[in-house]
Design a protein around this ligand. Structure first.
Ligand code: NAD
Length: 353
């Protein structure tokens, strides 16, 4: 195991290699000022250890920001397992990973991320109690997607209120890229409010469902980012807001659930220059982690979860107001607000010892 302190504020970095199972994993704990570091475990066939390390450091920092902005009593952490989710999964490997998590004594709480399934989390939970996002059990939180979708819905309401001055969504047009778990639930909320939906996906079955249930109009995957609408809601892939797509955007608002929608921070400036309001993705898509946190922090209470998810509306309004007052992009302002929350918690913690 190796430990370092000098990674842009990271508290701890652990590397484990379990020879018997073949497990190689980095667990990065970015900050625990607000509470134990929570963040998913990603399984990915990284080309080398440096790529895996960089991902763990970057993603754990992102989790600190996300948890802070969601008002959760959780810090940020992330684990990456260097393996191929299609070919390398074994029970021994997940049990070994569970022991690694356990050895951190609760500083890090793991959950599902890219390449991992609920079944994998159940195996991990046989070796550690520091797991959230389990499908069943006394305080299990279950599928996070409906909560993520609800948060995006509240975020779209906030963005429409702020940018278009409208109190309801009726008659507006929202373009949804990706009608998977999150996108489909989101369409349900929007349809109930009388929103006209334009959707795209690469799975015909999902498109058929969106047409049948929500009377959605369908466009091809390479058209969705340039359709004329009131809101574009990316709910499929990351990095969709980039040099190629920005010139073709035809919306005043981007508010969707996909992680890391901006190819780089500088694309937030480009959106601001085009007068497009961008809802920072880790703020608007926090419903899922809020739901998981209800489990990670003890007694799961759906009312507490719903209150926090609803509050995404207010958080976004604060970000927009500050971004406008300072004439700065919303993504940068959100990062700064998150850093301030963490810094305050850090000071309180220091003052208490
Ligand atoms: P998902 O895999 O269920 O849905 C993604 C959908 O996008 C699928 O239907 C897929 O076919 C479609 N898609 C893929 N490529 C596409 C393309 N080029 N054009 C149009 N559609 C395409 O995933 P999900 O759980 O709904 O998550 C969606 C996004 O939200 C991801 O970026 C995820 O990281 C993020 N997110 C999800 C949650 C959650 O609670 N599930 C929480 C936070 C963030």
């Amino acid at each position: 195991m190796m430990e370092k302190n000098q990674f842009r504020g990271h508290e701890r970095l652990a590397y484990f290699h379990d020879k018997e199972s073949g497990l190689k994993t980095f667990i990065a704990v970015h900050d625990t000022s607000l509470g134990p570091a929570a963040g998913g475990c990603r399984m990915w066939p990284y080309d080398n250890e440096m790529d895996a390390l960089n991902d763990a450091l970057r993603l754990s920092r992102g989790m600190s920001y996300k948890n802070a902005m969601a008002g959760l009593p959780l810090g940020g952490g992330k684990a990456v397992i260097m393996a191929d989710a299609q070919t390398d999964k074994t029970e021994d490997l997940f049990k070994a990973f569970g022991r690694c998590v356990e050895s951190l004594g609760g500083k890090y709480i793991t959950a599902e991320d890219v390449g991992m399934t609920e079944q994998d989390m159940i195996t991990i939970a046989t070796e550690t109690s520091h797991v959230a996002g389990l499908p069943h059990g006394d305080h299990a939180s279950g599928d996070p997607s409906p909560f993520t979708a609800k948060g995006i819905y509240r975020g779209i309401q906030a963005s429409v209120k702020y940018k278009l001055g409208k109190d309801n969504l009726e008659g507006l047009t929202v373009a949804v890229q990706g009608v998977g778990h999150v996108g489909m639930y989101l369409c349900e909320y929007l349809h109930k409010d009388g929103v006209n939906l334009i959707v795209s996906d690469i799975v015909q079955e999902s498109l058929d469902q969106a047409v049948e249930r929500f009377d959605a109009a369908i466009v091809l995957p390479d058209e969705i980012l340039s359709v004329k609408a009131d809101v574009l809601s990316p709910c499929a892939l990351g990095a969709v807001i980039n040099d190629e797509t920005i010139p073709h955007l035809n919306v005043p608002i981007i508010a969707g659930g996909a992680n890391n929608q901006l190819a780089s921070d500088s694309h937030g400036v480009r959106l601001m220059d085009k007068d497009i309001l961008f809802a920072p993705d880790y703020v608007i898509n926090a419903g899922g982690i809020i739901n998981v946190s209800g489990e990670a922090t003890g007694d799961y209470d759906v009312n507490w979860v719903n209150e926090k998810v609803d509050n995404i509306y207010n958080t976004l309004i604060h970000i927009y107001e500050r971004a406008d007052a300072e004439d700065r992009p919303t993504n940068i302002v959100a990062d700064e607000m998150a850093e301030e929350i963490i810094e305050r918690a850090m000071q309180l913690k220091r003052a208490a010892v």
